[in-house]
Design a protein around this ligand. Sequence first.
Ligand SMILES: O=C(O)CCC(=O)C(=O)O
Ligand SMILES: [Fe+2]
Length: 281
Amino acid sequence: MSSQHLLKIVPSAQRATLEEYARHTREISVKLLNAIGDSLGLEESYMEKMLDLTNGHQIVVGNRYPPIQSSEPAIGLPPHSDTPLLTLLLQHGAVDGLEVFHNGHYVPVRIMPDTLLAHAGDLLEIVSNGKYKSVLHRVMLKGESTRMSIVTALGSSIHTMISPAQKLVEIAENVAAYRSMSYLEFVEITKRNHAPPRLSGIEPSPETTRGQRDGGRALLRRWFGDHPSPAAAGGKTEQKLCFSGAVGAAFSGGTSTFPHREKSSRWVNPSPAPPPGAGRG
Ligand SMILES: O=C(O)CCC(=O)C(=O)O
Ligand SMILES: [Fe+2]
């Protein structure tokens, strides 16, 4: 991994630290994904091998949620699920706010010091043929202090075909719950629909659906998009894509801060070359 993948917003003094953080969290994510593969009865290191995690795309995002003025809770980040395979979330400091959707309502996730929280993402739900559900979550702000979190998410390499593991399809009497597509195609479809397709497992209220759609849009723009986007909380939540890259698959490092990411902040120089019809050059 080289510092060319670090976006310019990262001050040079912090680059080494961020690179080290990205390296360690990548290793932890790969181990967890392999363990998840084991738990599903897949062959050893299935996730690492089949999803080409050595070339997997990793992003690191810093979120800063400023204090809210009103006594009413405010949305810091609208409901969404994370697109890649696995998210590791570090909630920094002492300001809670994360909530996950469980059994029909949002449940607060209290901060546990020095703890990484793992979220299953959309791609993991696909690969596991729905056994691991992608987690719908949001951030609600209730207090007068600044909340900070650091998110790192690992996906496959962007041209890897994502499909339910064959063994799990056989166990499910040859029913694949999701069709096969490349990670890139998944992102493209999601962007075109302006929302991550909710994969399965929950029956959200219309309000949740709306929030999820908006949240998904904000997230996708932040992570993959090329449009300026008003972030959550009236545009006040500050989110910085600090790092995005992978060994062998680079992300353009020209820009910078969500929500004012410029057009040049797109997938570039993917390796290997995109398959025909992949939609981007
Ligand atoms: O700040 C948090 O706890 C959650 C952040 C999050 O869900 C995200 O950045 O995708
Ligand atoms: Fe998230």
